[in-house]
Ligand binder design. Structure first.
Ligand code: HAM
Length: 419
């Protein structure tokens, strides 16, 4: 049967697992409402150029991880490998900037990257993301970061680490780039092949390499923080001061370079100690030039994306119980033909009154039906045997207390609806 297994790097989320996913999604939506983010839903695929032109040609995602295909008309399309560029595309296309000075949107989206699968790294994953357009105010950076921190605390991830950096802007970056290239100079042959390529095309990304030999060479490399222009420097100081006022702890990490080229100024990542190699549960930053690059008016912006799959792994590893149990269903156990017929009617009526109910369709014994009720976590079982039918009643069993009482069939739905 393996030929019909889900493709490598993808997973099924089964009904026993989805309550956790739904719970996290509803908490996320709740905090979005608290912060004034409205939901945006963009297509699962976009024109390929949106990504190739705007994420950075040399980024791993564009260079080797996109699911790209040709439509029947010969147009190149790509399953979204991230959520920011599509959101910016929609922002520009619908001229959202004209409606409000600051636009704040969020999404819950499936993301596709052809990566080598491993624990916490999938070829299809789900991201919760927020993007805020229209202001350079460092208070907005602090708002987005505080949003993320609040969400993590709300769902029980207390021990997350926040790594913070600034990667400057087109004014100050060239000087840093120059210094970095000069620093590496004759040490180039000590770097890995990927960094040798980055050296030519995108030196900043060398700082983020996980290879030990590259880390060793770059340990004392010039850092962006020492080359910031006045505006970037002032901005970064104020972001830190707002976070301080909000009581949000962070670690400055001058080597933090995010995986896309659109970032400017603030860059951050949330990490969990529970996750091993793939320890980033969320990350984001400013991208003050992307809206203009995608064809809109110059509009500064900031956002972040959170990996739901990794968040769930972290919560599991921490043994966090999420309060997402279903609110007790009713199981209707009919015995014999008359009992079965009555069960169909009772189940239908209960649902009509908004009571979650289910019944047996396999003609099982009472004992077997009680087992199913238990498995379903039923709060009450309604027993409809020959004796009950003859008396026009049902026996209602409270599964928590094991108490039983006889209830006239005509009152049953109303009684359980108010139980
Ligand atoms: P990213 O850091 O590439 O940023 O992804 C955000 C989060 O998605 C990561 O921190 C991680 O938790 C999760 N993630 C990424 N790849 C995988 C994978 N293969 N399997 C499981 N989880 C994964 C972005 O995508 C930016 N668009 C975030 C952003 C929004 N920046 C500004 N606004």
């Amino acid at each position: 049967m393996t030929e019909y297994a889900a493709p490598r790097g993808t997973r099924d989320v089964l009904p026993s697992e989805t309550p956790r996913w739904q719970y996290l999604e509803s908490r996320f939506r709740g905090i979005c409402a608290l912060y004034g983010f409205g939901e945006i839903r963009t297509p699962t695929f976009e024109h390929t150029e949106l990504f190739t032109r705007n994420l950075g040609e040399t980024t791993d995602v564009v260079a080797k991880e996109m699911y790209t295909f040709e439509s029947r008309s010969g147009r190149s399309l790509t399953l979204r490998p991230e959520g920011t560029a599509p959101t910016v595309r929609a922002y520009v296309q619908h001229n959202l900037g004209a409606s409000l000075p600051v636009n704040k949107v969020y999404y819950v989206a499936r993301i596709f990257r052809y990566e080598r699968p491993q624990a916490g790294r999938y070829r299809e994953h789900t991201q919760f993301g927020v993007e805020a357009f229209g202001s350079l105010d460092p208070a907005l950076d602090a708002e987005v970061i505080s949003f993320a921190a609040r969400f993590f605390s709300a769902v029980g991830v207390e021990d997350f680490g926040l790594r913070l950096n600034t990667i400057g802007c087109p004014n100050c970056r060239p000087a840093h780039r120059q210094a970095l290239v000069e620093f590496v100079g004759d040490k180039l042959s000590d770097l890995c092949a990927i960094c040798a390529d980055r050296f030519q095309r995108n030196p900043l990304r060398m700082l983020d390499c996980k290879e030990e030999r590259c880390k060793a060479v770059l340990a004392s490399a010039p850092m962006m923080v020492d080359y910031l222009c006045e505006e970037c420097s002032e901005h970064f100081a104020r972001v830190q001061s707002y976070l301080g006022e909000m009581g949000i702890a962070f670690t400055l990490d001058p080597k933090l370079v995010r995986g896309f080229d659109y970032y400017t100024k603030t860059a951050f990542e949330f990490v969990s100690g529970e996750l091993g190699a793939q320890n980033a549960i969320g990350g984001g930053g400013r991208y003050d030039n992307l809206v203009e690059e995608i064809g809109g008016q110059p509009t500064p912006a900031i956002g972040f994306g959170l990996g739901l799959d990794r968040l769930i792994l972290a919560l599991d590893a921490m043994g966090v119980e999420l309060s997402c149990e279903a609110s007790g269903t009713v199981f209707v156990a009919g015995l014999g033909e008359a009992g079965h017929e009555a069960a169909v009617k009772v189940t239908f009526d209960l649902r009509g009154r908004g009571v979650s109910a289910d019944m047996d369709y396999t003609g099982r014994s009472l004992k077997a039906q009680m087992k199913v009720a238990d498995k379903l976590g039923a709060r009450y079982v309604v027993l409809l045997g020959e004796d009950e039918i003859a008396r026009g009643v049902a026996t209602v069993r409270d599964m928590r207390t094991s108490e039983q009482e006889s209830v006239p069939l005509s009152e049953l739905a109303a009684r359980l609806a108010s139980a």
